[in-house]
Design a binder for this molecule. Structure first.
Ligand code: NDP
Length: 489
């Protein structure tokens, strides 16, 4: 049985709740895990609060906190095969992709470890008064509730845990109820690396019963959430009465803009990975293809030819290039989304159904789907499907491309393909998104900030700003030679 981790102890759920975790690729039982409720969430917050108010971690010198993150990075490298396997069983993701994720996760801990270890001792402020020593220091925010989704379970967790611990916070982590295993393994590695008991706590369970209590609890100082827009709004509202700091990484409806002068083969190839990687269950997926009018027919024909040949299969099938969706419910949502698009006039170029291969019958597979002749305002163009569905729109010139790209409530990521460098930079600066790629799609590095504009959220992960999210700035003013002011004399 997989248990909760509270105050440094592995513990069963107070109400005895359990959940079966099944692999989305074939429905096999992966494990039975404890399912936390509000009592467990409260106990985890109490442990994190105590560890912050009375424990050694917040006062541990930055160099030692950084060194611990570097040890965790090494342990992640050591265990990357086992971690990748667990991630693939929970998510159905191809093993090779999970291995990449684990390498990225180790890099993330390494980056924050170095950043924290080499951090300065605050900023000296020049007040112009030699009788004053004024400096700004950065302190941890306090107890953080970290709530993460199922698509990149440990990656999203690492983006929060590494900077939160690096800054000296304590935390309660609530991963998606569907994908708990790598979070459990991370808790073991943190303990092995020497993190004091109570600094890291884990509750497994559903959002409503294990997550919501964390967002309402007055003992929690900050909520960092990655997930859907609707849940993000709920979390902001739940955090408001106690005025918690909130960071939200929400969804995206990301434009991939292809001009007629783009490198054709590369643009087609990347347009496929932009949207079909991990069955489209990627917040930054390039789900909206905007193609310049004169390139449209040739581009879509080749794209559809290649999309129709993508082999589907489970995590350990070496021939597969894309896996299943996370759950039956999610596949039904994607199916309803495609049906709505077709009803609104989109033209189906490929996919649009489940595969008929009997070997895939027990998994939640859905064929890579291209919907052509889409126009602004269609629900498939405005709503996130979080599945393997690409919509195609045409544009005539640069202004129209930018207008279509920005015609969304989201602003997470986007790309522009052109051989005109000046145009690439012009368009990149006009697209309202937290990340814009020029002649590329998907790369990120832990040194560079990641996050959304508009309703894709606020706050940044990764980079120096990703660490600053978990810090409070404090101004300390020291009068070097106090003497009476006699203001009231
Ligand atoms: P959800 O918003 O449904 O869930 C995310 C997490 O929040 C889960 O752990 C969930 O628990 C929990 N949760 C749900 N309701 C509450 C609540 N009321 N209070 C506290 N916690 C709650 O998202 P999904 O898991 O379905 O993930 C997909 C979404 O995440 C997509 O919209 C995607 O765009 C977005 N996303 C954004 C990323 C980014 O970097 N911007 C990265 C990855 C995903 P549970 O589900 O276990 O019940």
């Amino acid at each position: 049985m997989v248990e909760l981790f509270i105050g440094g102890e592995w513990t069963a759920a107070a109400d005895g709740g359990v959940r079966e975790i099944r692999c989305p690729a074939d429905g096999t039982l992966v494990a039975t895990v404890d399912e936390a409720g509000p009592k467990d969430a409260s106990a985890a917050v109490a442990a994190a609060r105590d560890a912050f108010d009375r424990g050694p971690w917040p006062g541990t010198p930055a160099a030692e906190r950084g060194a611990l993150l570097l040890r965790v990075s090494a342990l992640l490298e050591r265990d990357k095969d086992a971690l990748a396997r667990a991630e693939s069983l929970d998510t159905g993701k191809r093993l090779v992709e999970s291995v990449y994720d684990m390498e990225d996760i180790a890099r993330c801990f390494r980056y924050f470890g170095s950043l924290v270890a080499t951090g300065g001792h605050g900023r000296v402020v020049d007040t112009g008064d030699p009788g004053v020593d004024s400096r700004v220091v950065h302190e941890p925010v306090g107890v953080c509730a970290l709530i993460t989704p199922w698509n990149y379970p440990l990656l999203q967790t690492a983006w929060k845990v590494a900077p939160a611990l690096g800054a000296g916070n304590t935390f309660v982590l609530k991963p998606s109820e569907l994908t708990p295993h790598t979070a459990v393994m991370l808790m073991r590695l943190l303990a092995e690396a020497g993190l004091p008991a109570g600094a890291a706590n884990l509750v497994l369970g559903a959002g409503a019963t294990a997550g919501a209590p964390l967002t309402e609890d007055p003992r929690v100082d900050m909520v960092s959430f990655t997930g859907g827009l609707v849940t993000g709004r709920r979390i902001m509202a739940a955090a408001a009465p106690t005025v918690k700091k909130v960071a939200l990484e929400l969804g995206g409806k990301n434009p991939n803009i292809v001009f007629a002068d783009a490198a054709f083969d590369a643009a087609v190839d990347y347009a496929l990975t932009a949207v079909f990687l991990h069955a489209g269950q990627v917040c930054s997926a390039g789900a909206r293809l905007l193609v310049q009018e004169e390139l449209h027919d040739a581009f879509v024909t080749e794209l559809v030819r290649q999309a129709g040949a993508i082999p589907l299969g489970g995590p350990f099938d070496d021939d597969a290039r894309a896996g299943p969706l996370i759950s039956a419910a999610h596949r039904e949502k994607v199916e309803a989304y495609v049906a709505a698009g077709l009803a609104e006039g989109a033209v189906l170029r490929c996919g649009g159904e489940r595969p008929d291969d009997p070997a895939l019958r027990d998994g939640f597979y859905y064929l890579p789907t291209v919907l052509d002749e889409c126009t602004p305002g269609m629900s498939v163009v405005t709503d996130e499907s979080f599945g393997p569905v690409l919509t195609v729109e045409r544009f005539r010139d640069e202004d129209e491309a930018v207008a279509l790209a920005n015609d969304t409530v989201y602003g997470l990521a986007g790309a522009v393909w052109t051989s005109d460098a000046a145009r690439g930079h012009r368009v990149a600066s006009r697209v309202r998104a937290g990340t814009v790629w020029i002649n590329d799609f998907h790369p990120y590095v832990p040194q560079a900030e990641w996050g959304g504009m508009k309703q894709s959220g606020f706050g940044r992960e990764l980079g120096p700003t990703g660490l600053a999210e978990y810090q409070e700035a404090k101004h300390i003013w020291r009068n070097l030679s106090p003497s009476p002011q006699r203001w009231f004399a």
